[in-house]
Ligand binder design. Structure first.
Ligand code: RRO
Length: 311
């Protein structure tokens, strides 16, 4: 039986439902080229600002027992670098290259969106509403009024398809509140979730925190956040019918990817596991996912996408 991982993202056909999570292995041209070569269906850049940013002091990423903690602080090459790469490579690549933007002010965000809008070969933009690690800057996605007003302006300055990267939510009122805001816009997709903001991981022997920035506070990824990620994928899929939901959080195996799709994900992103294992993870996870589908008699992901059963 031929098992296919094909999917669509905002109407664009993808050969595989697996891709990187923004921030991991996507800051330099070399890394982006690796992702084009790898078993991915699409790829997204590191979130960018107008100018190059060095980011927070090292160490700013730590592997912890079931995942990771990071406070990178938005290190990136500046938007021109990524637009240049996309202009050059999107024509040759059949995979959509998504530009992630994360300005530090409304003015910067609008300028980034204007520049992205003018890039002929760019098919999709990811608007990061959830960076947890810039000192003094709260996550936009937790401020509903600011999110609504930012999106109103974003969709006036930019005509290209825009998806949003959301922080994890934990309360039914917040799922419904955010979904109510998003419903008012022609969103290309909602990506759930960014890292679980401001966790803390310690080393008991030395009695110190594990990363340097922000006194050790950082975004948690990996298995720790899988249940939260699945809950967000599930809720936003139910609350935003007709909008693609991208699942991100705790995907290490084909089974994890299967679970995200069962909750409603059209595309599954891999972050911590890609950092730890490198781009070979896509081939391994794709193989494991296909094995599960084959055992269950599924030939494509639409046969089980969003079909999670309640008891
Ligand atoms: O660069 C970062 O510190 C970072 C970003 Br912009 C983000 O969106 N999520 C994250 O975990 N780290």
């Amino acid at each position: 039986m031929a098992v296919s991982l094909q999917t669509t993202l905002a109407g664009i056909p993808l050969e595989s439902c697996l891709m990187n999570a923004s921030g991991v292995h996507c800051t330099t041209e070399e890394q982006l080229r690796d992702l084009i070569q790898a078993d991915t269906g699409a790829l997204v850049t590191k979130s960018c600002t107008l100018e190059y940013r060095e980011g927070n002091p090292l160490p700013r990423y730590a592997s912890i027992p079931y995942g990771s903690i990071n406070s990178m602080g938005l290190p990136n090459q500046g938007i021109r670098y990524y637009l240049g790469f996309i202009e050059k490579h999107q024509k040759e690549s059949e995979k959509p290259l998504i530009l992630s933007v994360a300005g530090l002010s409304r003015k910067e965000n609008m300028e980034l969106l204007r520049m992205a809008d003018a890039c002929e070969n760019l098919p999709l933009i990811e608007f990061n509403l959830s960076c947890p690690n810039v000192p003094g800057k709260p996550q936009t996605g937790y401020d509903f009024d600011e999110t609504r007003s930012l999106l109103e302006e974003a969709f006036t300055v930019c005509r290209k398809p825009i998806g949003v990267k959301l922080p994890p939510y934990f309360d039914m009122a917040h799922f419904e509140g955010m979904a109510g805001i998003l419903r008012a816009f022609p969103l290309a997709y909602a990506c759930c979730v960014n890292s679980l903001g401001n966790g803390l991981w310690l080393d008991v022997e030395s009695e110190t925190v594990s990363i340097k920035p922000k006194g050790g506070f950082g975004g948690v990824g990996g298995l720790y956040i899988k249940s939260t990620a699945l809950a967000n994928v599930r809720m936003f899929s139910l609350l935003l019918p007709g909008t693609d939901v991208l699942g991100c959080g705790g995907v290490q195996t084909g089974k994890d990817a299967f679970e995200h799709i069962l909750c409603g994900a059209s595309v599954v992103q891999i972050g911590t596991c890609l950092w730890e294992e490198g781009v070979a993870c896509f081939t391994r996870i794709a193989g494991e996912l296909k094995d599960i589908m084959e055992q269950k008699g599924y030939q494509n992901i639409n046969e089980f996408k969003g079909k999670l059963k309640e008891r």
